[in-house]
Write a protein that binds this ligand. Structure first.
Ligand code: 0PR
Length: 432
């Protein structure tokens, strides 16, 4: 991390004297107010949401426990075991040998899965769809692995034939998506599983988006979209309770068909209660386990089934309303992501942002991307459609007409709509 100018002894030393509670409250409340609030329901560009109240309630009581040293928190460890057990059952893992643990999110899960399979196989390449999340680019860079990118079809699904050709002696893993970030596309995982079995290559499924949606579809549809350990070639799976599971951030889960395979990434940790450590993090917040447990346990799978039904209703309404405005959906969505083609979606995004609505973009093909998360309501979807109608009336074909171009150098100023107007010193934190 770079050293920030002014942070050294010659800097303003604003942290020298401790603040009163009142001063702290004033400063932090101002920051909080300028952050976007999911409860207003106007956020359609994010995969995060307002956590379930039951989940929020258990953050503080578990704030000090560290799951990185499980001997000191047997209660939290037991909660994690029970949670993992239940998720293994949800994802049809075999009774014997399967296991996993809670992580900070699908980024950590994807990195750890590829780390495991690199060490296990000695392979140097990963075969993955062009639609894969940028966390895989980080993973490949960290692990010194090379990407064999595979094209996706018009519906955003990985081309299995090209994947087959990309697999070779140097392959460490094959990656499939149960919900792509941009379109919510589900890759042909049944065929990828067969390919994995035939070639002996481990298949890792990134179900960050689909993991708390697909299992809760009506039975018949669920069977048409298999994505989990019910497919015998699937060796590991990433799922994200902090997205559609409504657990507080940070909460991801990484599961393996055969937990023994993670010995490939085991290191000694002799002075801790568990003398062997597997996984990326050392200190890990127990509150993430407790609050995920509470969020999922309070909803129950029946609650998530109901949530899925409701979100699908909103997807239908959005599709219908968008089509009535003359917008063409990029795909027939399987999950909770709707994308509408537009020659210059960036200008629509900027218009909506100006009026306090958060939406995002698809780069290829050019489209406006709308995500229906649990904080979305019928009234906010109707409100969004009205704003969209106004924005389209002003920019029917985008600013540059049919040739309107997305300029990746100039993203819209996402802070402008609600910025407090103060506190910008010109410096940025590393994650900016
Ligand atoms: N896999 C898929 C399919 C995802 O959509 C995401 C997150 C991840 C993995 C990574 O999950 P974590 O962010 O929980 O580690 N996708 C969101 C997105 O890219 C979340 C997000 C948004 C992350 C903005 C970073 C960010 O700067 O939209």
């Amino acid at each position: 991390m770079r050293t920030l100018p002014g942070a050294g002894p010659a800097g303003p030393r604003r942290y020298e004297r401790g603040w009163s509670d009142r001063a702290l409250r004033k400063r932090l409340e101002r920051a909080r107010r300028s952050d976007w609030d999911f409860t207003r329901g106007r956020i359609f560009g994010s995969l995060c949401t307002e956590p379930a109240p039951a989940g929020r309630a258990w953050i503080d009581p578990f704030r000090n426990a560290n799951l990185g040293n499980p001997g000191l928190c047997p209660g939290s460890s037991l909660l994690q075991e029970e949670l993992v057990e239940e998720l293994l059952t949800l994802y049809h893992a075999p009774r014997e040998g399967a296991g996993g643990w809670l992580v900070s999110g699908a980024t950590e899960a994807n990195v750890t899965a590829l780390w495991t399979f690199r060490n296990l196989t000695g392979g140097r390449e990963v075969v993955l769809p062009r639609s894969a999340h940028f966390s895989f680019v980080k993973a490949l860079d960290l692990l010194g692995l090379e990407a064999r990118w595979v094209r996706v079809d018009a519906a955003g699904r990985m081309d299995v034939r090209q994947a087959r050709r990309a697999i070779g002696r140097r392959t460490a893993a094959l990656v499939g998506l149960a919900g792509s970030t941009e379109l919510g596309a589900v890759d042909p995982l049944e065929e990828l599983s067969e390919l994995a079995l035939r070639t002996g290559v481990p298949l890792h499924v990134d179900a960050a988006i689909g993991g708390f949606f697909l299992p809760f579809l009506p039975e018949e549809e669920r069977r048409r979209l298999p994505f989990d350990f019910s497919l015998p070639g699937v060796r590991s799976l990433a799922s994200d309770p902090h997205k559609l599971g409504r657990a507080p951030i940070p909460s991801g889960v990484l599961l393996f068909r055969n937990l023994e395979e993670t010995r490939a990434i085991e290191v000694p940790s002799p002075y801790l209660s568990d003398p062997r450590s597997r996984g990326l993090l050392g200190t890990r917040p127990s509150f993430a386990v407790a609050s995920t447990f509470a969020a999922l346990r309070s909803a129950g799978w029946e609650g998530l089934r109901e949530q899925t039904r409701r979100l699908r209703g909103l997807v239908e309404r959005l599709l219908e309303g968008g089509k009535r405005l003359g917008l063409e959906p990029v795909t027939d969505p399987r999950l909770n992501v709707v994308a509408f083609r537009h020659p210059d979606p960036r200008v629509l995004q900027a218009e909506l942002l100006e009026r306090g609505w958060d939406v995002s973009l698809v780069q290829e093909p050019r489209a406006l991307r709308l995500v229906l998360m649990p904080h979305a309501r019928r009234s906010t979807v109707e409100g969004l459609l009205r704003e969209l109608a106004r924005a389209l009336a002003r920019h029917p074909r985008g600013r540059g007409g049919e040739e309107g171009r997305i300029n990746p150098e100039k993203p819209p100023d996402r802070g402008s709509a609600r910025r407090s107007g103060r506190g910008s010193s010109g410096r940025r934190s590393a994650a900016g």
